[in-house]
Design a protein around this ligand. Structure first.
Ligand code: UDX
Ligand code: ADP
Length: 467
């Protein structure tokens, strides 16, 4: 079977970049991204490429090449499904907030709704591909929804194959991860359907990097990869705290252990704890699954990775308060970076949210600057509007958005770096100190600034993982 038309349900951080690269590499395939969110679709169609809903280095160029040629964005979900040989499900799957499994299990309502829509609208044979990260055995749910529609007599000619093809891209490097993936994983048991998807990826990925597994291995591999990566971050953050207490330097320790080829040098940066839409959700999913199968020790083991991460986030705010003479009430603090990592406008699960909330709770006045996150998003995440002006000594904190670093630091007692944007490595500390109130502090929670230059300029410096 050769695929000529693709529909992807969900035009978010995963669906958008993934389909853009697929359209770019497969000009013979018509790719349509659909989403219920009309505002999001309008932004994908905006003539001004700086308004795309997802910021990723290189994404605008890919969209510019393909949009209108073989890459389309629409809210017409039904028509796009009917026309498609292959449908990708790339909808959101957040952690459940209420009911059975609340706080741990994934909320599958969007997956189920989109599977039902595919069941109703598809025509002929359709390959359905899970792209969203899902709990193990979700393909079974999708399969039963699809086969129920196959049973009804008026739909005799309708048939489906379900594949799992998890996405391993990391935000901020999505385009290069998609163009040059370490591996592409395809799980399923219909060899023809797998071949059809392999044929698509083969246009730009070498065959030895395309792995075939059964459905459940594929689903579990995605959860496992994220759990191992997150575990590495909790491990280095735990060691970072020990470095601070003992006089060791976490960067030196990371370099030393990373030289061991069995460990490798990547993913060893201490920081404010991991954020992003995947790690926490996927580990909690794994914990839920382990408990479901009666594996309490295994569940408890993975739970610790999340607990350590929460502890790391909480200790940052406490530490800032204690260094600033035990109170930040009414003090202006410049927060540099709000995205969960550099090179993205995504703030989901960003450690900045919890840290800023804790500081607001202590009565601080925050001046927040992020190169790609706007004030509306910050307000939504903090659950409060920006203040019209700076308040005096107050019990309740407040925040304002700062257009640039120098605006943020004006009259501030401290600079707190929460995201590793590369521009924060090149700050002019002499100019910054001149605008701050003394004693002025730098809390570099990412270890990205030129701490020596900051010290030389007269700042007191706290660096994550530095004893
Ligand atoms: C992750 C996985 O890397 C990706 O394969 C999967 O598809 C989705 O989840 P993502 O969350 O986009 O990707 O970014 P990632 O680079 O993994 O960073 C996650 C979090 O860990 C960020 O908050 C980042 O700042 C933090 N991190 C990462 C560290 O604190 N230290 C590190 O050394 C690396
Ligand atoms: P991810 O990071 O996994 O891409 P996002 O939340 O960025 O997650 O994107 C998921 C998108 O899926 C959202 O834009 C949401 O509107 C869309 N979506 C969810 N359910 C449906 C559905 N049934 N039909 C079309 N779009 C959907």
């Amino acid at each position: 079977m050769t695929v000529r038309t693709i529909c992807c349900i969900g035009a978010g951080y995963v669906g958008g970049p993934t389909m853009a690269v697929m359209a770019d590499r497969c000009p013979h395939i018509q790719v349509t991204l659909v989403d219920l969110n009309a505002e999001r679709i309008a932004a994908w169609n905006d003539a001004d490429l700086s308004k795309l809903p997802v910021y990723e280095p290189g994404l605008a160029d890919v969209v510019a090449r393909c949009r209108g040629r073989n890459l389309h964005f629409t809210t017409e979900v039904d028509g796009a499904i009917a026309a498609a040989d292959m449908v990708f499900l790339s909808v959101n799957t957040p952690t459940k907030r209420r009911g059975l499994g609340a706080g741990q299990a994934s909320d599958l309502r969007w997956i189920e709704a989109s599977a039902r829509q595919v069941a109703a609208q598809a025509m002929g044979h359709t390959i359905v591909v899970e792209k969203s990260t899902l709990p193990v055995r979700t393909a079974e749910t999708i399969q039963s929804i699809l086969s129920a529609s196959q049973d009804s007599s008026e739909a005799e000619s309708k048939t489906f194959s379900v594949l799992s093809n998890p996405e391993f891209l990391a935000e901020g490097t999505a385009i290069s991860d998609l163009e040059d993936p370490d591996r592409v994983l395809i799980g399923g048991d219909d060899a023809n359907a797998i071949d059809a998807l392999v044929e698509i990826y083969s246009r730009w990925v070498s065959p030895e990097r395309i792995l075939r597994t059964n459905l459940w291995s594929s689903e579990l591999s995605k959860l496992t990869a994220n759990a191992f990566l997150a575990q590495r971050i909790s491990s280095i953050n735990a060691i970072g705290a020990l470095c601070e207490a003992t006089g060791a330097d976490v960067k030196e320790v990371a370099r030393a252990i990373g030289a061991d080829s069995r460990l490798g040098p990547k993913f060893l940066s201490a920081g404010p704890g991991f954020g992003g839409s995947c790690f926490r959700k996927d580990i909690l999913n794994l914990v839920y699954l382990c408990r479901h199968y009666g594996l309490e020790q295994a569940a408890h083991y993975w739970e610790q990775v999340v607990d350590l991460n929460s502890w790391q986030q909480q200790r940052i705010a406490r530490l800032v308060v204690s260094r600033l003479f035990g109170t930040v009430s009414g003090k202006r603090l410049a927060v540099l970076g709000f995205a969960f990592k550099a090179d993205t406008n995504d703030t989901r699960e960003s450690p900045a949210i919890g840290i800023c909330r804790d500081l607001l709770e202590e009565g601080a006045h925050l001046a927040i600057h992020d190169p790609k996150v706007g004030p509306d998003q910050v307000a939504a995440d903090l659950g409060r509007e920006a203040a019209a002006s700076r308040l005096g000594l107050a019990d309740e904190g407040s925040w304002q958005s700062a257009a640039g670093v120098l605006d943020a630091v004006e009259g501030a007692d401290a600079v707190i770096v929460l995201t590793e944007w590369h521009q924060f490595a090149e700050l002019d500390w002499t100019a910054i100190v001149a605008r701050m109130r003394r004693p002025a502090w730098l809390f570099d929670v990412r270890g990205v600034t030129d701490a020596e230059a900051a010290r030389a300029a007269g700042l007191r410096v706290w660096l994550v993982g530095e004893g």
